[in-house]
Design a binder for this molecule. Structure first.
Ligand code: ADP
Ligand code: MG
Length: 397
């Protein structure tokens, strides 16, 4: 790729600001998924090995009220990082001020420090999220060099990415950002063919931009999940109680027409009378869904059809589960596709989207994929072909 990366920087003895995405989920006060921390380790470990003085910045959740401050401290994340790195991480519970500055000045080569949640600055006028010029300038003044490795925030122009970059002479990409650009960017811009996209999830409206953009480059787009029913209905079928966006029927018709056969809907579906794991499961054809049933998972013939398109693919991008995978009885389509993709050793397989990534990880299949994106919203916008500010602010080589 043509972007400057951390490999191109002279790091020794430099104060290196790294924007990471440590916006991890918590459950009962504990980090419930540390994937984002793990994905940032290569960049952090490289910088430490090259004897930089590493200063980490990240956001965590949203900060609107005083109560959010206690809930969204990065202190437990610093602790987890310390365990993963096996070395001390100096945590400064502040986002600015003399204490932070002194700690940075005391930092030695090969040591690492983390500042408090960048969005603590949002409490007073959304300074972080609105890319307040004074804040970006201040954070830039704390370091010599800047690496952006936060793909999950790359669709936003915030003080801690774009703000720092524009005050410190730009940015270099960390290894994770580089990977996201390489695998998502290349899949969309310059895919090895056949390029097959699989789209699912709840709503068509979330993914219109993705479908339109992928129609330009993909050879086939396989559609399952809740969003399929708007298309099935647009073809003139009755879909019973299935999820449908009636205001998107015309658009779905248009897309089907524009696609000239590129969009592949399935043929069969598992339905139930209620939106519940324990509701009795029936196998129906898409053209024959009873009025009092809803489609909750793709059927076996649909899976066979999808696999036929996938087996010779050289690039696969998957976004969105093929059914209500939170219900074990309706998770089969999602799990089967995840398993099948993990066996495709000749293809570049990329998962973008929070829930589809979770399905892959929950089933222990992540090793079988080329790349699992760390960005939900960011990967969607990237798949839409949009320019992401957090990538645009990285210097070209
Ligand atoms: P991703 O996060 O991977 O982009 P989405 O957020 O778009 O995926 O969609 C995930 C949600 O879609 C899941 O909560 C899942 O239950 C829901 N879903 C999938 N299929 C159906 C369906 N047939 N009916 C209702 N909801 C569905
Ligand atoms: Mg989601």
């Amino acid at each position: 790729m043509s972007k400057l990366t951390i490999r191109d920087l002279k790091l020794k003895d430099k104060k290196l600001l790294i924007r990471v995405d440590f916006n991890v989920p918590f459950k009962d006060g504990q980090i419930s998924d540390d994937n984002r921390i793990i994905q940032a380790l290569p960049t952090i470990m490289y910088a430490l090995k090259k004897r930089a003085k590493v200063i980490l910045l990240s956001h965590l959740g949203r900060v609107k009220t005083e109560e959010d401050l206690a809930k969204n401290s990065l202190a437990p994340v610093a602790k987890r990082l310390e365990e993963l790195l096996g070395k001390p991480v100096v945590f400064i519970p502040e986002t600015r001020g003399p204490k932070l500055e002194a700690a940075i000045n005391n930092l030695k080569a090969g040591e690492i420090l983390m500042i408090e949640n960048t969005r603590f600055e949002d409490l007073d006028g959304n300074k972080e999220s609105k890319n307040n010029p004074e804040l970006g300038k201040y954070w830039a003044s704390l370091g010599d060099l800047f690496v952006n490795d936060a793909f999950g925030t790359a669709h936003r122009a915030h003080a801690s990415n774009v703000g720092i970059a524009s005050n410190i002479g730009g940015a270099a990409a960390g290894f994770l950002l580089e990977k996201e650009i390489k695998f998502i960017g290349e899949a969309v811009d310059n895919p090895k063919r056949p390029f097959v996209a699989i789209l699912g999830g709840a709503k068509v409206s979330d993914k219109i931009g993705v479908i339109e953009n992928l129609l330009k480059t993909a050879d086939h787009i396989l559609i399952g999940g809740g969003m399929a029913y708007t298309f099935v209905k647009a073809q003139g079928n009755d879909v019973g109680l299935s999820l449908v966006e009636d205001d998107k029927l015309d658009l779905a018709k248009d897309l089907l027409e524009k696609a000239k056969g590129k969009i592949i809907l399935g043929t069969d579906v598992y339905t139930a009378k209620e939106f519940s794991n324990d509701s009795e499961k029936n196998l129906r054809d898409y053209t024959n869904i009873p009025a009092d049933e809803m489609g909750l998972d793709v059927g076996p013939k649909t899976l066979e059809l999808f696999k036929k398109y996938l087996k010779d693919a050289k690039t696969v991008v998957w976004n969105g589960p093929l059914g209500v995978f939170e219900f074990p009885n309706f998770a089969n389509g999602t799990v089967e596709i995840a398993k099948f993709l993990s066996t495709l050793t000749d293809a570049t397989t990329v998962v973008g989207g929070g829930d589809s990534a979770a399905a892959v990880i929950e089933n222990g299949l992540e090793k079988g994929f080329t790349h699992i994106s760390t960005g939900g919203g960011a990967s969607l916008e990237y798949l839409e072909g949009k320019k992401l500010p957090g990538i645009e602010c990285v210097n070209d080589k």
